[in-house]
Design a protein. Structure first.
Length: 282
């Protein structure tokens, strides 16, 4: 091995270690999800397997999805009333990332256990909106909003930062594949194509709203401290990219401005980080 190879391997190891520390709770003994190609629900040839395997785009898309989800008053209320979100932002993001990883790459048995656990938690998340309207986390329509915002955000981040030329056929296959998890969670309606996803978002937009609680949770998402100084530049770029990925109407509802003249630099920097992490994990 040449000196250059040694340096590259040490750098690769350091990057992998930093990323794994962010996405796995070492205090709870969590380890990266083991990929099981022959036993997973989708398999390595699926579009879901391809899209969900990129660290940067999943981080960008995950934060974008959170910002979209909290625009629905009932989804926001479930987080506000029942979640440790405000006191454990990183933990919430880790749990979501781990659920996606297990249901995508783990065995079918592991995926089904994760889905059952989430369904059981949802049965306990009920309450009243400030106007007295009841809500329940296992409401199929609320699950539809959570699912479609995740699916669109994960896919759009992938297209922007990994595969700009992705065909519409592959995009439709992604929605059709990912629908399997949505169905298992009790979601209805379930978009199974890009057109159906766009139509569902358009249909649900009149239900969206912003209040002081929305603004507080959005602030906590975007202003949370980085888990380490080494991760801070990566987090700043990916969070900026997440806001940039939001549809214009959603940014306007949140009162967030686009990156403006800095947009090309933001996207170039995010592409650079994405490429570096793909090199590290190859």
């Amino acid at each position: 091995m040449s000196p250059a190879d040694g340096i590259a391997n040490r750098l690769r190891g350091a990057l992998i270690g930093q990323v794994r520390a962010v996405f796995n709770d070492q205090a709870r003994g969590e380890k990266p999800v083991r990929r099981r190609p022959e036993e997973s629900l989708f398999g390595p040839r699926s579009v879901v397997w391809r899209v969900h395997g990129d660290v940067t785009t999943m981080m960008v898309g995950g934060v974008t999805a959170l910002l979209l989800q909290m625009l629905h008053p009932a989804v926001l209320a479930g987080v506000w009333d029942h979640s440790s979100f405000r006191g454990d932002m990183l933990g919430r993001l880790r749990r979501t990332a781990r659920f996606i990883a297990v249901t995508t790459y783990g065995s079918a048995e592991e995926a089904e256990a994760a889905i059952d656990k989430v369904r059981e938690v949802h049965t306990r998340v009920k309450g009243m909106l400030p106007d007295g309207t009841p809500y329940a986390a296992d409401d199929p329509r609320l699950l539809a909003w959570v699912h479609v915002t995740e699916a669109v955000s994960f896919l759009d981040a992938w297209i922007r930062y990994a595969e700009p030329g992705m065909s519409l056929a592959d995009q439709d296959r992604y929605f059709a594949d990912f629908a399997r998890i949505a169905a298992a969670l009790g979601t209805d309606p379930i978009p199974r194509s890009r057109a159906e996803a766009n139509a569902l978002i358009a249909a649900m937009r009149p239900e969206l709203a912003v209040d002081a609680r929305t603004r507080e949770v959005a602030r906590m998402v975007l202003d949370q401290p980085a888990p380490s100084m080494a991760v801070k530049p990566f987090q700043a770029l990916t969070f900026g990219a997440a806001v940039d990925l939001l549809p214009g109407w959603a940014r306007a509802m949140h009162g967030l401005s686009g990156a403006g003249l800095a947009t090309p630099a933001l996207r170039m920097g995010t592409r650079g980080i994405a490429g570096t992490l793909r090199w590290a994990f190859r």
